[in-house]
Design a protein around this ligand. Structure first.
Ligand code: GLC
Ligand code: MG
Length: 423
């Protein structure tokens, strides 16, 4: 978050399962990829991405390995009971203290064990400040009521949340996705970085609280659960800042960005001619996102095998531009592009995808830009990632000229050598 010196233009606070990630309808993750390229191209540099999930941190990391997910600026896990910042996920210790107020996990376990209606979830879904169960929908209301009374009598201040028609979480009263968001907004405000706009996105009961935070826009995705839609019908249907999207999952988030006019919502993935859409303003981040999209389409054989494309790419390279391959080998960037020319369609039908994450551009001296990003490449189930740095010079009337590209294997990469890695 520190990289932003002024208030973020947009803060998206999104649930993951069945909101960001479609578990039922999009095996190729196309909607997620559409969102990701839009975020990196148009929002990453001046906005904040927050994930708020019911998953524990280890289960979030697992999902991150399975799907082409971006790195959020803030990750709120375990139904708003844990907050961490940045790529290295630094825990918010003040939040931990708040979560321990009038909370005792032992007492919660003891009291809940008296309810045969409650079945404990797996160990990997339990956390110090989150005790999670399954329950039959028809029993949820009665058990919730009794449990509140019992735990109150034992001196605890807790909160019970019913989600997805079957999950019941017991949390500290100060926890939950809504409280965590309120805490984050307060923190940003105190730092003079209150977002200009905030959009919350969710699909189920544990997301309800997100929609109760004042002054935020909200989108319930099309595939929202009954308990969230019922809450909306009873409590918020006159709130024009909340919509029930007509698109599923992350498609609904794109829809909401458009509906509330929170910024551009045309994903670069929905642009057919990537070379046409040069911007007037110098935007090195855009240049890189577009290049790697072209790279994906070229290798998938989705663009015409036409020399003019390669020639145009070469024309935007400085003649002496150098590419440092992740293996350490140095090559001419123009030769590298020539080589790419030979790979047209080599990944056809191979479930090949490329995406960029954490694209951040800085102007080092006037007219010289450094863009840093993670470039991911996936073929089938195998994925690799290189931390990539591109140096551009911006010349009047010539646009951006690629001067240098340097790559190293990212720590997160499952493979750290590959002779077929082109760029
Ligand atoms: C996630 C968590 C689960 C929790 C549910 C509802 O699925 O893994 O433990 O009960 O969200 O909040
Ligand atoms: Mg969900």
């Amino acid at each position: 978050m520190e990289r932003l010196t002024s208030p973020p233009r947009l803060m998206i606070v999104s649930d993951l399962d069945d909101t960001m990630v479609d578990h039922h309808n999009d095996p190729e993750n196309l909607s997620l990829l559409r969102f990701s390229s839009l975020w990196e191209e148009a929002f990453r540099h001046d906005s904040l991405l927050v994930f708020s999930t019911g998953r524990t941190l280890p289960m979030y990391k697992k999902l991150r390995k399975e799907r082409p997910m971006l790195t959020p600026d803030v990750i709120i896990t375990s139904v708003g009971t844990e907050i961490a910042y940045g790529k290295s996920m630094v825990t918010d210790d003040s939040w931990v203290e708040i979560m321990n107020h009038k909370w005792d996990r032992g007492i919660v376990e003891e009291e809940t064990s008296k309810f045969p209606e409650l079945t404990l979830q797996r160990d990997c879904d339990q956390r110090p400040n989150k005790v999670s169960f399954f329950i039959d929908k028809s029993k949820a209301q009665q058990v919730t009521k009794e449990l509140y009374q019992r735990l109150e009598k034992r001196g605890l201040e807790i909160k019970i949340i019913f989600s997805g028609g079957k999950a019941l979480d017991v949390l500290p009263k100060g926890g939950g996705k809504g409280q965590a968001l309120a805490y984050l907004l307060n923190k940003l405000k105190a730092e003079g970085r209150l977002p200009v706009n905030t959009l919350v996105c969710g699909d189920s009961g544990n997301d309800t609280e997100l929609f109760t935070i004042p002054n935020v826009y909200g989108v319930m995705v099309r595939n929202s659960q009954e308990e969230l839609l019922e809450w909306y019908a009873e409590n918020a249907k006159d709130n024009a800042k909340i919509i029930h999207a007509s698109e599923r999952c992350v498609g609904g988030i794109l829809e909401a960005i458009g509906h509330f006019e929170l910024g551009p919502n045309l994903s670069p993935r929905d642009v057919s001619d990537l070379f046409e859409c040069k911007e007037d303003n110098v935007n090195p981040g855009h240049e890189v996102v577009m290049f790697f999209l072209f790279y994906e389409r070229w290798r998938r054989g989705e663009v015409e095998n036409c020399d003019a494309y390669i020639a145009s790419l070469k024309a935007s390279c400085h003649p002496a531009a150098v590419f440092v391959h992740p293996s350490g080998a140095e090559k001419s960037l123009i030769d590298t592009i020539d080589e790419l020319g030979k790979y047209h369609g080599d990944k056809k039908d191979k479930k090949f995808r490329v995406w960029t994450d954490q694209v951040l551009a800085t102007e080092t001296t006037h007219g010289t830009w450094m863009v840093k990003l993670d470039k991911w490449e996936q073929t089938g189930n195998e994925r690799k990632c290189c931390t990539t740095t591109v140096r551009f010079i911006s010349k009047e009337n010539e646009g951006l000229v690629w001067e240098n590209v340097q790559q190293t294997w990212s720590e997160e990469s499952e493979m750290k050598n590959d002779s077929n890695w082109i760029i």
